[in-house]
Write a protein that binds this ligand. Structure first.
Ligand code: NAP
Length: 381
């Protein structure tokens, strides 16, 4: 098991995290005791519950991570105006100080600039944290230019990512999208070799189906599958989550607030900064779809109001209650949002609450596809 949480600094950072979460809880919610839920072991026994750290993967290929990681993409890519680099570095370090030990990036975010940012931000405490990054695309003229999962490309990306992340090993190296021209066995075999060479510690895949998971896992045990999963996109429940459970693979939901929609901050009046915000082109983020989907957000707001929670916290806590091996990676560019989001790791719903929330949203129609046809053609689910 890779456990980076070991040195002296760690215990003081843990205390900070506790304080931070308590503070977040005080500011945003009283989640544990709210709404008929209770902290007592009697009241919580047999109910869905969460822990602050979780394990992704099994045995030699497991990672002990905080229950929520930090998705860093939006600090450079696809989420609108890019904050000043110093602000983002400070935010990533605040997440570290608050106890977060799991940070997500990718070669294609920027491209390159997000890995470089994350590398600089995490350098002072590199040994205490875990960083995940991803390969899988050609990049030409600073733009993503189709998929490339060939062994030589995987090796090239690994070398370059190591440099940008200012590290000598990648804790978790995902294939971002499955290249239809390269058998998954070749991909898994290349990552297995990189692991043997000490350049990579663990292997992951993103947006793949059960068959691909099984084939890859047979060559090189997988530590995590990273795919979209939240109250408005539950496809992983149709096989992928149970395959992860069976095989001992972790699951990392990306875009856990549906790219911000479930926070309640976006609506049909929202104008996206189209130069750097892929939501501008996504069917689910067109004004009509956002208006039609608003009742889902209202339901989260109502549920949260009764318990002192924000809709974001409800959405994140719902994910954490689905399986103990689920570790969402919410993204943000703002410290207040970061603290609000981290407080979700403290929330416990009773079984009745969870059922009410799940059934309420499941009874509502979701309007608009999650991806454009081109983007949809790159995912297996
Ligand atoms: N594997 C893949 O293919 C893939 C695809 C997409 C994303 N990802 C990963 O998943 C991470 C998260 O995904 P995401 O950014 O698409 O979606 P997300 O985490 O669901 O939502 C991020 C958006 O929500 C806003 N937000 C966050 N916390 C908030 C709060 N408490 N209140 C109000 N607004 C809040 C953020 O804006 P502010 O900055 O204003 O907080 C941002 O616009 C990425 O950073 C990336 O690492 C992976």
């Amino acid at each position: 098991m890779n456990k980076p949480l070991e040195n002296q600094k760690e215990s003081s950072r843990r205390n900070f995290m506790k304080a931070g979460l308590t503070m977040g809880t005080a500011f945003f919610a009283s989640p544990i005791l709210a709404g008929g839920t209770s902290k007592s072991s009697e009241a919580t026994s047999g109910k869905a519950s969460i822990t602050k750290t979780r394990t992704l993967g099994s045995g030699k290929h497991s990672l002990e991570v905080t229950a929520l990681g930090l998705g860093c993409m939006g600090m450079s890519y696809h989420r609108g105006r890019i904050p000043d680099r110093k602000v983002s570095i400070s935010l990533i370090r605040k997440a570290y100080e608050a106890g977060v030990n799991f940070f997500d990036t990718a070669e294609v975010y920027g491209p390159y600039t997000n890995e470089d940012l994350v590398g600089e931000a995490l350098q002072p405490f590199r040994k205490e944290i875990l960083v995940s990054t991803k390969f899988g695309f050609n990049i030409q003229n600073n733009q993503m230019a189709g998929m490339n999962g060939r062994p030589e490309q995987i090796r090239k990306v690994a070398e370059e990512s190591l440099k940008r992340l200012r590290t000598d090993v990648l804790d978790l190296f995902y294939q971002h999208r499955q290249d239809p021209n390269v058998p998954i066995e070749d991909v898994a075999g290349t990552v297995r070799d990189l692991i043997q060479e000490g350049k990579v510690r663990n292997f992951g895949l993103s947006e793949v189906n059960v068959e691909t998971i099984r084939r890859a896992h047979a060559i090189q045990p997988l530590t995590a599958i990273q795919s979209e999963y939240h109250l408005m996109w539950k496809k992983p429940e149709e096989g992928v989550l149970s395959a992860c459970e069976e095989l001992g693979i972790g699951f990392v939901p990306y875009s856990p607030m549906n790219r911000g929609f479930l926070t309640g901050m976006l609506n049909s009046q929202t104008k996206f900064f189209a130069e750097n915000d892929n939501r501008a082109g996504l069917p689910r983020f067109q004004p009509d779809a956002m208006a039609a989907n608003r009742p889902i957000v209202e339901a989260l707001i109502d549920f949260g109001h009764q318990r002192g929670l924000t809709p974001t916290q409800v959405a994140l806590a719902w994910l954490l209650h689905q399986k103990p091996f689920i570790v969402p990676i919410p993204g943000t560019t703002k410290e207040a949002h970061l603290m609000e989001n981290l407080a979700a790791a403290e929330i416990t719903f009773s079984e009745a609450e969870l059922k009410e929330l799940t059934e309420t949203i499941a009874g509502m129609t979701v309007y608009g596809d999650r991806y454009t046809p081109v983007e949809q053609s790159r995912v297996q689910n």
